[in-house]
Design a protein around this ligand. Structure first.
Ligand code: NAD
Length: 498
């Protein structure tokens, strides 16, 4: 059986002792085994990174940018192969797999501008003969721990800015779909990054803990579920690291009575069911405002959901493919049962869905619930599957309160033609990323990405200027070039510029 190995300078060192299964979501069964590393494997990667990083940091920014430009071109040249590799392990359709790669690539494009982004600040004549300037320097070695649902985009969110500014980087991808991050590291080497600048170690909790405890790793970026994000944040910070840890989500779409419902239904079909709902910026909760809006929306949603085509991930006609594993399929179906038990109205039931010719694949049919209420655990928790829940609100204020009071605060959207309502909503909602008639408001690469509450721990977001800040530290230099006269007598008081 195919074995997926670490990507470490000089190899892993000794024969692997533990393996994880990489499943075939389209057909069921296991397609490969990924080696699961430990602290000894990490140590080899860390030593290689530390050996390579100083020269990389000393390479002038324009030359580092050229490597990023070449990396971008190589990804574009390899787009089809990467998309198929991604789709085969994750199960998302090819168009969506390309979107996953493309959104990561946009962060690489942003990182190509690093000579400009890294420019510091300078004050001439802050005092007599005194100049002050600040420069951003790399942290040294950073690490990224990534989830299964965006195996190309999320590693690139992290290592793009981190490497561009002069760090070495170690990725620990999800053990569910580990092949694409390894291929990206190969391409980074081909693009001209020195050996050791981007390495990949595989593993589970054992490897994550080794990363969090390693004294040479200065910063850790994590994306995954909230309990683990919180754990990673606490353990990493306790070890003295800089940590950003993005967690789960339960994004709401508010539908005002004046919204264009045909557009809303079209947007919801993609945002709730695309990628089988396995997106942290999916829209699994829709909140129509007023009874009439709810009834009209439901009437339009039902045929639109029945029209969705579920297929294998290489089917160009399919709207979405299988979920990532059999265990995840069972979890999603368990949540559907829970919703029924809690008293929500199951309008469309996606359980027990099988695809002819692919009966063992991990498919879940599109599911719609109505009359979901805030006391239900199936509302409070993330389902992460193709399940859309209608939560009815009687007023704008009630609709505003729902996402604001929810434990997660990743994304939210409002659909309306009323500029005042949209503006009021965007200003007051207690959520990190807001869409106005935009169902999946993932900010573009030159802004930054990050949720609030249990969707994000730490104080700096992913990519954009926040990413540059996260992966650098600021050095402040105050310099004096005296003209020769000694200003004796003032040496014992705190310096002022007066
Ligand atoms: P996950 O939390 O199971 O895994 C994420 C990473 O943590 C993986 O690399 C995994 O190996 C590691 N891990 C798993 N168990 C661990 C443990 N006990 N201790 C330490 N590390 C452990 O998440 P997932 O299922 O791969 O991804 C889906 C989740 O990620 C969803 O909750 C989704 O909302 C979230 N997500 C969030 C964002 C965001 O930006 N907020 C983006 C994408 C996905």
């Amino acid at each position: 059986m195919r074995q997926i190995d670490h990507f470490i300078v000089g190899g892993a060192g000794s024969a692997p002792k533990r393996f994880g299964d990489v499943f075939n979501p389209n057909e069921g069964g296991v397609q490969a085994q990924v080696v699961l590393g430990d602290a000894a494997v990490l140590e080899r990667a860390v030593q290689a990174a530390l050996a390579a990083q100083p020269a990389w940091a000393a390479t002038n920014p324009q030359r580092r940018a050229r490597v990023m430009f070449d990396f971008k071109r190589l990804i574009e040249d390899n787009m089809d192969d990467l998309a198929h590799m991604l789709s085969a392990e994750h199960g998302k359709v090819i168009a969506d797999s390309k979107g996953d790669i493309q959104r990561g690539l946009e962060v690489i494009e942003f990182a190509c501008g690093l000579p400009h982004l890294l420019k510091g600040e300078y004050t001439q004549g802050a005092g007599p003969g005194i100049d002050v300037y600040s420069v951003r320097q790399p942290l040294g070695l950073g690490a990224g721990i990534t989830p299964f649902n965006f195996p190309a985009m999320i590693p690139m969110w992290m290592f793009g800015p981190a490497i561009a500014v002069g760090n070495a980087f170690i990725v620990k991808p999800s053990e569910r779909d580990p092949s694409v991050p390894v291929r990206l590291a190969e391409l980074m080497l081909e693009a001209g990054a020195p050996e050791g600048i981007l390495q990949v170690v595989h593993g589970d909790k054992e490897m994550v803990d080794a990363i969090l405890d390693h004294p040479a790793i200065a910063a850790v970026s994590f994306v995954g579920s909230s309990d683990i994000a919180h754990y990673v944040y606490q353990r990493g910070v306790a070890a003295g690291k800089r940590v950003q840890a993005m967690g789960g989500a339960k994004n709401h779409g508010i539908v005002m009575p004046d919204a264009d419902l045909d557009q809303v239904v079209n947007d919801l079909a993609g945002a709730a069911f695309g990628s089988a709902g396995e997106r942290c910026m999916a829209l699994p909760v829709v909140v129509p405002v007023g009874h009439e809006t709810a009834e009209r929306l439901k009437e339009k949603l039902i045929p639109a959901i029945h029209a969705l085509k579920v297929g294998i991930s290489t089917d160009a006609e399919a709207h979405y493919g299988p979920v990532v594993t059999q265990a995840h399929k069972e979890k999603v179906e368990g949540w559907i049962q829970k919703g029924v038990d809690e008293g929500a109205e199951l309008v469309i039931d996606g359980r027990g869905f099988t695809l002819q010719g692919h009966e063992k694949g991990f498919f879940v049919g599109p599911t719609l619930f109505d009359h979901v209420t805030t006391d239900m655990s199936s509302y409070k928790e993330e389902i992460f599957g193709p399940v859309l829940q209608i939560v009815r609100a009687q007023s704008f204020e009630e609709a505003l309160t729902l996402p604001s009071a929810h434990q997660y605060g990743n994304g939210v959207a409002i659909f309306t033609r009323n500029g005042h309502a949209a503006r009021e909503f965007a200003a007051r909602v207690n959520v990190g990323m807001v869409g106005i008639n935009v169902p999946i408001p993932v900010p573009v690469a030159y802004h930054s990405f990050g949720g609030w509450k249990r969707s994000g721990f730490g104080d700096q977001d992913q990519y954009g200027m926040e990413g540059i800040r996260f992966w650098t530290k600021v050095k402040k230099i105050t310099s004096r070039w005296p003209d020769g006269a000694v200003d004796g007598g003032n040496a014992f008081i705190i310096p002022t510029m007066g």
